[in-house]
Design a protein. Structure first.
Length: 226
């Protein structure tokens, strides 16, 4: 069996991708002089939230994901981030490749909601590997990548924010059921509102301004937007 080692040497945002995309630089090593004809690699990425600290503000925003801090001993579990295939060309002894990871800013997805809750620092990221190695000095020897192969890297929150700002500057996303979207579209069209922002602001104006306690009070029946 061909023995491989994996080290993640860095993470960056891809400024030229069509959507939010991270690029992880991966160094792969084999025994000295070993010829690897090709490597069909599968990479599973997991966030490890229990391996970093959180400010009070971050902790408050993470309540939706993990509950109150008193419960974090049992709820701060790894978060599935992505699964990506990587086809590695032939090499001898050592090579480096990019692992391209498409990302989402849909805050209904746990990983996106998690990153949106953070202000700074790094997020521990674990890469778990599997796949098939085609190697041998003559002909092909086909062997699996052992399931215990992994690598770790810190994913800076600043890199995540840079990536999101490239595609959605100053914006957030909210996913709604189709029937509710139809109702909102009818509301917007019926009032000739120029944008979704104007639509939401019109709906918010249907409630009284926030009081001294920061809470909005619903308008009495008959006075709201129809």
């Amino acid at each position: 069996m061909t023995d491989l080692g994996f080290i993640c040497t860095g993470v960056r945002a891809d400024p030229h991708a069509a959507g939010p995309t991270l690029v992880l630089r991966l160094r792969i090593t084999a025994d000295p002089g070993t010829r690897v004809h090709a490597l069909a690699l599968r990479c599973q990425l997991r966030l490890q939230p229990a391996r970093r600290g959180y400010s009070d503000a971050e902790g408050a925003r993470l309540t939706d994901l993990f509950g109150e801090r008193s419960r974090w001993g049992t709820t701060l579990n790894p978060i599935e981030f992505a699964q990506v295939p990587v086809m590695v060309p032939g090499f001898t002894s050592e090579t480096e490749v990019d692992v391209v990871v498409p990302c989402t800013y849909d805050v209904d997805i746990a990983s996106a909601r998690y990153f949106r809750s953070l202000d700074e620092g790094d997020v521990p990221l674990l890469l778990l590997f599997s796949g098939t190695v085609f190697s041998g000095p003559a002909g092909f020897q086909v062997t699996p990548v052992p399931w215990d192969k992994e690598a770790s890297v810190g994913l800076p929150v600043s890199v995540w924010r840079e990536m999101i700002e490239q595609h959605f500057p100053g914006c957030g996303w909210l996913r709604l059921p189709g029937d509710l979207m139809d109702d909102l579209l009818a509301f917007r069209t019926g009032r000739a509102l120029p944008s979704w922002e104007a639509t939401v602001r019109t709906l918010l104006d249907a409630v009284e301004p926030a009081g001294h306690d920061g809470e909005r009070t619903a308008v009495p029946t008959g006075e709201g937007v129809r």
